[in-house]
Design a binder for this molecule. Structure first.
Ligand code: ATP
Length: 207
């Protein structure tokens, strides 16, 4: 039996119900054995930094997946010296799990437009299955927009790998804004994560 592994990277600042729900839906559709959540590192040179520290983001991820099977959390990107590229993560995972495993990389529909600009994108598309998921608040993925930026074959593969996840309109930005304004965010987050945020007084002021 092939070992199907889902990789799902993000800033998870904080992890929200949208992340968990689409990942679980994708797992079921792919028939994967596990989902590895990979928080991205803070880069001293880039804008749009995560607001919460690495340790807080990891702890929130641990709390959010506590009640579910399948999830693991990897610190490969947090531990890597800059620059950190997805292709390096895929190669590290390939080395760890072996040539026979099938790697599935999940991305939300909001990421599709810039995908052709990712570092070594052609290698990345050959070394794993990139699966685009629906994202509430965004148009459905439009693969025709990739014409001229990726080969027709690669575009067709992306189209075939698309996963029809439910449209969930939640973002970490919306949650940070709600917490800053002291409005109710309980619909958007796991209660354990919300409780941790409150106890640690995260996101209650602009960084
Ligand atoms: P921010 O608002 O801070 O940009 P975010 O909510 O987009 O954060 P990220 O951690 O940046 O969350 O996202 C990680 C991955 O999860 C990305 O591929 C993103 O497209 C996807 N994603 C995030 N939220 C959703 C959602 N509600 N539905 C589907 N995919 C999502």
């Amino acid at each position: 039996m092939t070992n199907k592994i889902i990789l799902f990277g993000g800033t998870f600042d904080p992890v929200h119900k949208g992340h968990i729900e689409v990942a679980l839906c994708a797992r079921q559709k792919i028939g994967a054995d596990k989902i590895i959540l990979i928080p991205a590192r803070r880069s001293p040179h880039k804008q749009n930094q995560p607001v919460a520290s690495d340790i807080d983001r990891i702890t929130m991820l641990q709390l959010a997946v506590k009640d579910y099977e399948y999830f693991q959390i990897s610190n490969v990107e947090l531990n890597r010296a800059e620059p950190s590229y997805t292709i390096d993560t895929i190669r590290q995972m390939r080395k760890k799990f072996g040539q026979d495993c099938e790697l599935y990389l999940l991305i939300g529909a909001d990421m599709l437009r810039d995908l052709p600009l990712w570092h070594k994108i052609n290698n990345l598309l050959e070394e794993c299955n990139i699966c685009v998921m629906n994202r509430g608040g965004y148009e459905k993925p439009d693969f025709d927009n990739l014409r001229g930026k990726l080969s027709p074959e690669k575009i067709e593969n992306l189209r075939n790998n698309m996963i029809e996840t439910p449209m969930i309109e939640i973002s970490s930005t919306e949650i940070r804004q709600a917490l800053l304004n002291n409005t109710d965010a309980s619909r958007l987050l796991d209660p354990k994560v919300l409780d941790y945020i409150k106890r640690r007084r995260l996101y209650c002021e602009m960084d």
